[in-house]
Design a protein around this ligand. Structure first.
Ligand code: GLU
Length: 416
C-alpha cells in the first residue's frame, strides 16, 4: 500500500472543511499554497574526510496572523512535500490555540543516529546560514522537531547571532535554559497532550486514573507524554521507538524505561519487565488511549479497522491518513487531532519568544498556568464547534483554525 502524500493530505483536509466555512473560495485557494519554499544544499566535511551534501528545506506556509513559526526536522524521509504539509499544519495549529503566529517548517534529509555531534553541528550551522535570509524573531522562528533538540537550537542561535553581530535568542525556541530557553518548554508538548486528554476525558466519562495508554514513539513527545500519563495515574502498557516496542499489560515502569532509553539509546527488555512488540502490533493493542507520537502516516486505511482504543490523541503531526480518519469516526473512536493535541509545544515556544523579546524570565508556575489555560480553552472551543456543527473533532479544529486564518486574510486584503 502506498503512503499518502502528506501535502495532498493537508490539501484534502482543507477541502473537507471548506463547506463549513463562510469564506470566499479564493481565500481558501491562497491558503492551499505556501507563501515561500526554499531548498538548499549543505556541503559538509564528514569525520572521515569525505564531503557530503545534505538537502534541506524551509517553508513559510503563512504569516498573516504573525511571524511564521515551526520546527526543524532531521530525518532520512524529509522531502519538500512533507515540509510543506508540516508548515501548513503549523499555521492551523497556531490559529487553533489563538497565538499570534503563522506557520513554517524546516527539514534536512539526514540520519542523526548515524552522525557524530561534530557532523550534526556542521550541517546545522551551514543550513542556518543558507536559510538566514528568511529567518529572524520577526519573520520566522525555528524550534525542535523530530531528531532535533536544544543543542541544535543553540547552534542555530549562535550561527544567526554571529551573522547579525549581536545575540538574537528570539530566532529559535526550545533553546537550552542557559541561553534564554523557557522553563517548561522541553516537556510542553507531552504535557499539553495530557491536558487535552484530561479535558475531553470528562466528556467521554473516561477516568485517566487506571486508563490503559499506548504510546508510539519515545522521543520528546512520546517520552514526555508517557511520563505525564503515568504520573497522572494511567497505566502505560506499551511504548516504542523506531526499532520496536515494549509491552506489559499491567503497565510499564515508565521512569525506568525512559531512563534506559536515554542511557543506552534504545528500549531494552532486559532492564524492564516487558515483552517485545512490533510497532505495527503496538498500534492495534486493546487500550483506552492511543498516543501516536512518532512520524506521520501511521494510522492507515489498512490498520484503522483493527484499532482497539477509545481515544486517539495525536502527539505526532499527521499520524492519521484521511481514509483512516473516516474509519475511526465510523468505529466511534474519539480523535484529538494533531493541530490541537500537540499544540502545547508551540504554545510554550510562544511564551519563550515573548520572554526573549521582552527580556523577561517567567517562573514554572507562570508557564504552567498559561499553558493550561490556552490548551483547555482551545479544547473547549473545538468541542463546542464539534457539538454545534455535529462534526468530528478534526473537522471542528479545522473550522476554527482555517476559519481564523481566512478571516485574518480577508481583513488584510491582497497586496498590491
Ligand atoms: N515542532 C513542534 C510542532 O510541530 C513545535 C513547533 C514550535 O514550537 O515552533 O508543533
Amino acid at each position: 500500500m502506498t503512503e499518502v502524500n502528506p501535502y495532498k493530505m493537508a490539501i484534502k483536509q482543507i477541502d473537507v472543511v471548506a463547506p463549513y466555512l463562510d469564506v470566499d473560495e479564493g481565500i481558501l485557494e491562497k491558503l492551499r499554497y505556501p507563501r515561500r519554499e526554499l531548498t538548499v544544499h549543505c556541503p559538509v566535511k564528514m569525520d572521515d574526510g569525505s564531503l557530503k551534501v545534505f538537502k534541506g528545506y524551509r517553508v513559510t506556509h503563512n504569516d498573516t496572523r504573525g511571524p511564521a513559526k515551526g520546527g526543524l526536522r532531521y530525518h532520512p524521509s524529509v522531502d519538500l512535500d512533507e515540509v510543506k504539509a508540516l508548515a501548513m499544519w503549523m499555521t492551523w495549529k497556531a490559529a487553533v490555540v489563538n497565538i499570534p503566529y503563522g506557520g513554517a517548517k524546516g527539514g534536512v534529509k539526514c540520519n542523526p543516529p548515524e552522525m557524530s555531534q561534530a557532523e550534526l553541528e556542521k550541517v546545522t550551522r551551514r543550513f542556518t546560514w543558507e536559510i538566514a535570509p528568511l529567518i529572524g524573531p520577526e519573520s520566522d522562528i525555528l524550534a525542535p522537531d523530530v531528531y532535533t533538540n536544544p543543542q541544535v537550537m543553540a547552534w542555530i542561535m549562535d550561527t544567526y547571532s554571529m551573522l547579525k553581530g549581536y545575540s538574537v535568542p528570539g530566532v529559535v525556541t526550545g533553546k537550552p535554559l542557559e541561553l534564554g530557553g523557557s522553563v517548561g518548554r522541553f516537556e510542553a508538548t507531552g504535557k499539553g497532550v495530557l491536558i487535552a486528554v484530561q479535558k475531553v476525558a470528562e466528556h467521554l466519562k473516561l477516568s485517566i486514573k487506571g486508563a490503559r495508554v499506548v504510546v508510539q514513539g519515545c522521543g520528546n513527545v512520546g517520552g514526555t507524554s508517557a511520563r505525564y500519563f503515568s504520573r497522572a495515574g494511567a497505566r502505560v502498557i506499551a511504548i516504542s521507538d523506531s526499532k520496536g516496542g515494549l509491552y506489559n499489560s499491567q503497565g510499564l515502569d515508565i521512569e525506568r524505561t525512559l531512563d534506559c532509553k536515554s542511557r543506552y539509546k534504545c528500549l531494552m527488555t532486559e532492564k524492564v519487565e516487558a515483552e517485545v512488540i512490533s510497532n505495527k502490533d503496538l498500534l492495534e493493542l486493546e487500550c483506552d488511549i492511543l498516543v501516536p507520537a512518532a512520524l506521520g502516516n501511521q494510522i492507515t486505511a489498512e490498520n484503522a479497522p483493527r484499532l482497539k482504543c477509545r481515544l486517539v490523541a495525536e502527539g505526532a503531526n499527521g499520524p492519521t491518513e484521511p481514509e483512516a480518519d473516516e474509519i475511526l469516526v465510523d468505529k466511534g473512536i474519539f480523535v484529538l487531532p494533531d493541530i490541537l493535541a500537540n499544540a502545547g509545544g508551540v504554545t510554550v515556544s510562544y511564551f519563550e519568544w515573548v520572554q526573549n523579546l521582552q527580556e523577561l524570565l517567567w517562573t514554572e508556575e507562570d508557564v504552567s498556568d498559561r499553558l493550561h489555560k490556552i490548551m483547555t480553552t482551545a479544547v473547549a472551543d473545538v468541542m463546542k464547534i464539534s457539538r454545534e456543527r455535529k462534526v468530528p473533532m478534526r473537522t471542528a479544529a479545522y473550522i476554527l483554525g482555517v476559519g481564523r486564518v481566512a478571516k485574518a486574510t480577508q481583513l488584510r486584503g491582497l497586496y498590491p
